[in-house]
Design a protein. Structure first.
Length: 402
């Protein structure tokens, strides 16, 4: 795919200036419509080092209102808070809210594309990236993904130019030169990444980055088209008609579950107290074990109002070390919750503890988690105390928006 891209594509200065001057007010007007309609937007810039990602982000943000834009740099090392949580937690907690544009200067794809060796779990990780984007897109997030492409020769020229300038020489690292040295190997890996993660929810746009002027107008045009389509789609969409997720008759052949529960099952008080003490002691020992192994645990409680969820949680926690768990009651969503994808507030409370600082990143199978998979379990003897979380739901609520 990338080998077939014509990297000699360029635009003359006059045409560039004319196109740029025409599109700047159009993008500015579109941003106001995006904010007015409450459309969340996520723009990802990936590509080679020295390909010009930062310059393109700057060009794109200049004509826009900075109050509705947030730019994140994924090159920063994982914080202590991030390193002990699922890899995607870092990105879930920073998804755009209604009317906001979030731009990523490199994202969850970067480490996966540039890891030294391909792992057996790569396909699973690609799938999880696709699932993450589908969840966001289904809730109304517009996702635009750019890959800025330059040749090995051009990358080397830019590195040398930066190194020869005292003001910019610090920007070129040993890792940059290593990428240039292993350019062909990395190219194949990036090709595979683009192919595996080009999905219906978020297609890749490869930008020819040799000519900065051409790259700029291509980014402008792509963003303009994506936002225009989103504004037209949301503007014509009928008012949301919220219906129960499950209705009578949805599955007439299902096997009843709750109807088959024996509600008359009971224990005498003495046997109950004896068994409760035994179970609580087992839980206490298990809590120590998951602490030693750095295994995060999430417990979800659902059920009827007055069904006894609160009492069950109280008895569950009665003999546990209070430093090792948190209880999060799920009340009606706040306005901040409603402005994000409905899973956002649950991701914010995911417990920490599974991955040690020395074994982070998506390069190892099992270190990248998603809402569709069980938590990865990795042994570690370092890092802060893990948390086990009991989620109590007082009433089932669902927030969806488009």
């Amino acid at each position: 795919m990338l080998e077939k891209i014509n990297l000699k594509t360029e635009i003359d200065k006059k045409a560039y200036k004319k196109t740029r001057d025409r599109m700047i007010p159009q993008l500015s007007a579109l941003q106001r419509q995006v904010k007015s309609l409450g459309i969340p937007v996520m723009i990802i810039f990936e590509g080679w080092d020295a390909a010009g990602k930062g310059t393109l982000i700057n060009e794109l943000t200049v004509p826009l209102d900075p109050r509705s834009i947030i730019v994140h740099n994924s090159k920063h090392k994982l914080s202590d808070e991030e390193v002990n949580r699922p890899y995607l937690w870092r990105y879930w907690t920073k998804i755009p809210k209604k009317g906001q544009i979030v731009i990523w200067d490199e994202s969850y794809y970067n480490l996966l594309a540039k890891q030294k060796q391909e792992g057996p779990g790569d396909r699973v990780l690609f799938q999880e990236a696709n699932e993450f984007e589908k969840i966001l897109a289904d809730s109304g997030v517009v996702i635009i993904k750019f890959f800025i492409h330059i040749s090995k020769k051009e990358q080397k020229r830019r590195f040398e130019e930066l190194e020869n300038n005292k003001a910019t020489s610090w920007r070129v690292t040993k890792g940059d030169w290593a990428e240039n040295k292993h350019y062909d190997t990395t190219l194949k890996r990036m090709d595979n990444l683009l192919e595996m993660t080009d999905n219906e929810s978020a297609h890749w746009t490869v930008v020819e980055g040799t000519d900065n002027k051409f790259a700029c107008v291509k980014v402008f045009d792509t963003v303009y088209r994506a936002l225009s389509d989103a504004v037209a789609r949301v503007g014509k969409a009928p008012a949301a008609d919220h219906q129960p997720l499950i209705k009578a008759g949805d599955d007439p052949y299902r096997t009843p579950v709750l109807e088959g529960i024996d509600m008359d099952v009971a224990m005498d008080k003495a046997a109950y107290k004896e068994e409760l003490a035994v179970c609580q002691e087992k839980l206490r020992l298990l809590e120590y074990e998951i602490y030693k192994r750095r295994i995060p645990v999430v417990l979800g409680f659902e059920g009827w109002d007055a069904g006894g969820k609160g009492g069950a949680i109280k008895r569950l926690c009665q003999n546990l070390d209070p430093r090792g768990y948190q209880v999060h009651p799920t009340a009606a969503p706040t306005q901040e919750d409603l402005d994000h994808n409905w899973l956002w507030r649950f991701w914010a409370n995911i417990p920490s503890g599974a991955t040690s600082p020395s074994s982070t990143g998506p390069g190892t199978a099992g270190s990248w988690w998603s809402p569709s998979r069980a938590f990865a379990r990795r042994k570690s003897t370092t890092g802060p105390s893990p948390k086990s979380t009991a989620l109590k739901s007082s009433s089932p609520t669902t927030a969806r928006w488009s």
